[in-house]
Design a protein around this ligand. Structure first.
Ligand SMILES: [Zn+2]
Length: 456
């Protein structure tokens, strides 16, 4: 064990040095050998360009495609793409954009690399834990292609900073995971008139489409007035917060965001080289189902004539407060409900003492069955929060009436309060003191009482 710890420390030092050297090489490479030899302004025209020797050799396999060619490669080398989210979607998307030679890649995320990210966020490795995701991602992207300019933004994209960042780019990739971010990115893309390649993935399912496409920037389009629908054209009002799932709560199979993220990169590449809206996922959405391995493409409603973001009568002329608009928090990790009064809450130390002295104390774990199967406190009974009101609340209220004390537990101390409240509502005031919930849930239990209990 000691040898393992020593090696891990030595490797961390070497990796830090390697990152510094690669950054130095990357900085030097930014200043020499342009990707073309004859057209200083040629990156965004359809005139023939003569690519540099290194560019031809490096990108030859995609230049061979008639739909890309030398001109398409020159456009890629001159393009600027912003990837919002350095997670399950953003990692594969940014990886393929860097490999394809997209000239400038911006990557935005406020989070740090965590062990639970690694099964799907493939730019990060074990040695990157604790590092900011954008710096970890930037290191990996520079290693793949030192010719591209990678700009990490270690911040939460918010109304006060989003436009300054978005305005520097030609294409926006939504690799985020929550409704406030989706609406903000849509509005930012509409305000700056750039297309938004939107992806999402949860459990075994993924979705992909392109919002806010404008034909007037593409000389290959027959009708330059064509504009594709935006996110708000289809979803003018946000979903109720309780209907929104998340990977940390519901899980996700790693390859699912992998598939969607890679396809986001492909759509961005097609947008840059000049595919028309019929060839792009404009007004269409791909629905991927990994369980039965099917891709379905569904036609979306066309642009809404009274859309708040993209119509002639639009009301959104600047970014607003999206957490208020969606009644949800963008930073899911910080979500801490406070439903129960203090007398119905118990901290891990108090619960630990209670359990060792009172054998009749009931522990009710309200996580779902697969979470309970993964790890649980000894002696706890599983009553999943889904269906709790119908199946379990009356039963547990009856047990309290018969003299049992009950503590509800869940992962973070939110669902446990919801379940406890459902039972409290059925009890006379004199019995309510016997129902509690564990503050901070199993995460707090692991930190304060049982360090061997897995945090996931
Ligand atoms: Zn719209």
């Amino acid at each position: 064990m000691e040898r393992i710890a020593t090696l891990e420390r030595e490797i961390a030092v070497l990796r830090q040095k390697l990152n510094e050297k690669e950054k130095e090489l990357y900085d030097l490479r930014q200043d020499w050998t342009p990707f073309y030899t004859n057209v200083p302004d040629g990156a965004d025209t359809n005139q023939p360009v003569q690519l540099s020797k290194w560019a031809i050799e490096r990108y030859s396999r995609q230049i061979l495609l008639s739909s890309i060619g030398a001109n398409g490669q020159a456009k890629l080398c001159g393009a600027r793409v912003l990837v919002v989210g350095a997670g399950g979607l953003g990692c594969p998307a940014a990886l393929y954009l860097a490999a394809a030679g997209v000239g400038e890649i911006g990557i935005v995320d406020y989070d740090t690399v965590d062990l639970t990210n690694l099964h799907r966020q493939v730019l990060h490795g074990e040695g990157d834990q604790g590092l900011s995701k954008v710096h970890s991602a930037a290191n990996a992207l520079r290693r793949i292609n030192s010719r591209v300019k990678v700009t990490p933004y270690n911040t939460q994209l918010a109304p006060h900073n989003a436009m300054d960042i978005v305005n520097k780019y030609d294409v926006l990739l939504d690799c985020s995971d929550n409704p406030p971010a989706r609406y903000m990115l849509n509005d930012a893309a509409q305000l700056s008139r750039i297309p938004l390649v939107s992806g999402s993935a949860l459990k075994m399912e993924g979705q992909l489409t392109v919002y806010g496409y404008r034909a007037n920037k593409n000389p290959n389009e027959k009708d330059p007035s064509y504009v594709g629908p935006c996110y708000r054209c289809l979803f003018p009002t946000p979903p109720p917060p309780e209907a929104v799932g998340s990977c940390s709560a519901h899980g996700v199979a790693g390859p699912v965001p992998g598939v969607i993220g890679v396809l986001q990169a492909l759509e961005a590449i097609k947008l840059i080289v000049g595919h028309t809206h019929e060839q792009l996922l404009v007004g269409r959405m791909i629905l991927f189902d990994g369980d039965d391995m099917t891709f379905r493409t569904v036609k979306l409603r066309s642009r809404s004539l009274d859309c708040a973001a993209c119509s002639a009568t639009r009301t959104i002329t600047r970014l607003v407060d999206y957490e208020v608009f969606c009644k949800a928090q963008g930073r899911e990790k910080d979500l801490e409900l406070s439903i129960l009064p203090p007398e119905n809450r118990i901290n891990p130390k108090e619960l630990s003492m209670l359990l060792s002295s009172d054998q009749r104390h009931l522990l009710v774990d309200v996580r779902n069955e697969s979470e309970f199967g993964m790890c649980s406190i000894g002696g706890a009974a599983n009553h999943p929060i889904d269906g709790f009101a119908v199946k379990s609340s009356g039963l547990i209220a009856e047990m309290v009436r018969q003299g049992h004390a009950v503590t509800f537990i869940c992962r973070r101390g939110n669902d446990s309060q919801i379940a406890a409240q459902l039972v409290l509502d059925q009890l006379d005031p004199g019995l309510r003191e016997h129902v509690k919930d564990l503050v901070g849930g199993l995460h707090a239990w692991s930190k304060e009482i049982d360090h061997n209990f897995p945090i996931y």
